[in-house]
Design a protein around this ligand. Structure first.
Ligand code: GLY
Ligand code: MN
Length: 466
């Protein structure tokens, strides 16, 4: 059973039970784009979003476990702010809306905290972090998982809550899944020869905007799917190309989807495209079928690796037993990334908290090429939400590497693989990835993004159907 919905104040109370001293959190402010007054849209820190509904920029909260109080610090209401940004509710209204013990001006924060020993958490807004470093007298650093909190226990306490989604959070993710479906389907339908990638990316992000959502991360839409995070949208589609779209909506509450689909341009997949698509889909479905509480995520990754190795042997691209190919890391020449990651308020949920959270119990990352990018190795727990996203790619830099050619010469047929780089009138095969968002239930997996077409004949039928 999914954890019952928790109110924001219940989440704060639950967090305070794991704290042994006051915790100061910030929402963050506007982050400048090209000059100070031209900023990116405000996006509150994810932990703050988890604890407060629709927080305002430049606010802070002090959770005091000894007193059992939550104090919210908000910017003073000024006429100038009302003029340029609109009037904000009064402190009294905000106190009632959030159900906190008190609301004080953030301008008084330093005075209020004088002489107190507090914990804090770094966030993406560097200006705010500078203030936090001074307040806590610690080297807080958002870019360093070892310095992202004043003490690691803070990370553990927050992760314990955020990793297990409650019913409200799952409902939010179902909503972003529906928006993401519309976005993917509109790009699929419009994929005909002559169309530019940027037009399709516009359809995707337009669908998000029409539902009050933003891209949860830079939209990846490319016929060069072998470039894993290809954010450029400059190519024109040709018949025989494969479009890879990795895009997900984020709604106003901050919850994300992260979905990849791959489809052909023209009259269905080529024979090679068909073979590769079927292997990737089989790998993804086999990994999803493994999901249940207690299963180690590394094994979910290994399952996709084995199915991919087996499929590539059948295609004549690899030689040997799948177990041996995966053991040596040869499969990673074609599947060079991890099978997924946690998903929630961050598209890679809690990634800033580091491997302390994602590789618990003394587990460490593989040192092998490809497998080292596996973003988590946890035992799955009911209520966790994460992606499952295997892929097969033909990457010139990998297939031409003298090091890999020597290391895997008995296991990879480099001559045959090389042919994939010149298929499709020399443009090359590219890559295929299939990604869904999955919730671990008490008995298995529920695919939150299951309605987005994925069967080969379904994506072939929709591609270019306008
Ligand atoms: N959606 C991009 C990624 O998972 O890295
Ligand atoms: Mn992903």
């Amino acid at each position: 059973m999914v954890r019952p919905a928790m109110s924001f104040s219940a989440r704060r109370s639950a967090l305070m039970k794991s704290l042994d001293r006051p915790l100061l959190l910030f929402s963050g402010g506007f982050i400048s784009r090209n000059y100070p007054a031209n900023s990116y849209p405000f996006r509150a820190d994810s932990t703050f979003l988890y604890l407060f509904e629709s927080p305002e920029p430049n606010s802070a909260a002090l959770l005091d476990p000894a007193e059992g109080t939550v104090t919210l610090f908000l910017p003073e209401r000024t006429i100038d702010d009302a003029l340029w940004h609109g009037a904000q509710p009064s402190f009294a209204d905000e106190r009632a809306r959030h159900g906190v013990s008190a609301v004080l001006p953030i301008e008084e924060l330093e005075k209020q905290l004088e002489g107190r020993s507090i914990d804090s958490l770094a966030i993406a807004d560097r200006r705010t972090n500078a203030r936090m470093r001074a307040l806590t007298n610690t080297p807080l650093d958002f870019d360093d998982p070892n310095q992202v909190a004043t003490r690691p226990a803070v990370l553990d306490a927050i992760a314990k809550l955020r990793l297990i989604k409650d019913a409200d959070e799952i409902a939010q993710m179902r909503r972003t899944a529906a928006v993401t479906k519309e976005a993917h389907e509109s790009a699929m339908r419009a994929s005909v020869a002559g169309v530019k990638e940027e037009f399709l990316a516009g359809l995707v992000e337009g669908a998000f905007a029409r539902h009050g959502c933003v891209p949860a991360y830079g939209t990846i839409l490319s016929v060069r799917g072998e470039v894993l995070h290809n954010h450029a949208h400059t190519h024109t589609l040709h018949n025989g190309d494969i479009v890879l779209l990795d895009a997900g909506a984020e709604n106003a509450s901050g919850y994300c989807s992260d979905v990849t689909r791959s489809w052909p341009v023209g009259d269905g997949f080529t024979p090679e495209g068909r073979d590769v698509y079927d292997i990737v889909l089989k790998a993804q479905e086999a990994s999803i079928a493994m999901v249940r509480p207690g299963v180690r995520y590394r094994e979910v990754h290994r399952k996709s690796s084995l199915v991919i190795a087996e499929g590539l042997v059948a295609m004549g691209l690899m030689r040997g037993a799948p177990e041996a190919l995966v053991e040596s890391g040869a499969h990673a020449l074609f599947f060079p990334h991890g099978v997924g990651h946690q998903l929630g308020l961050d598209v890679h949920d809690l990634e800033a908290f580091g491997d302390r959270i994602h590789y618990p119990n003394g587990r460490t990352r593989s040192t092998q090429f490809g497998t080292q990018y596996l973003r988590m190795d946890m035992d799955l727990v009911e209520g966790m939400t994460f992606t499952i996203e295997p892929g097969i790619y033909f990457v010139p830099a990998i297939l031409h590497s003298p090091k890999f050619r020597e290391q895997f010469k008995g296991q990879v047929d480099f001559e045959r693989a090389e042919n994939f780089l010149t298929l499709n009138s020399g443009r090359g095969f590219g890559g295929i990835r299939i990604e869904d968002d999955v919730m671990c239930t008490g008995i298995g997996a529920e695919v939150l993004t299951a309605l987005i077409p994925k069967k080969r004949d379904a994506v072939e039928a929709l591609a270019g159907a306008a």
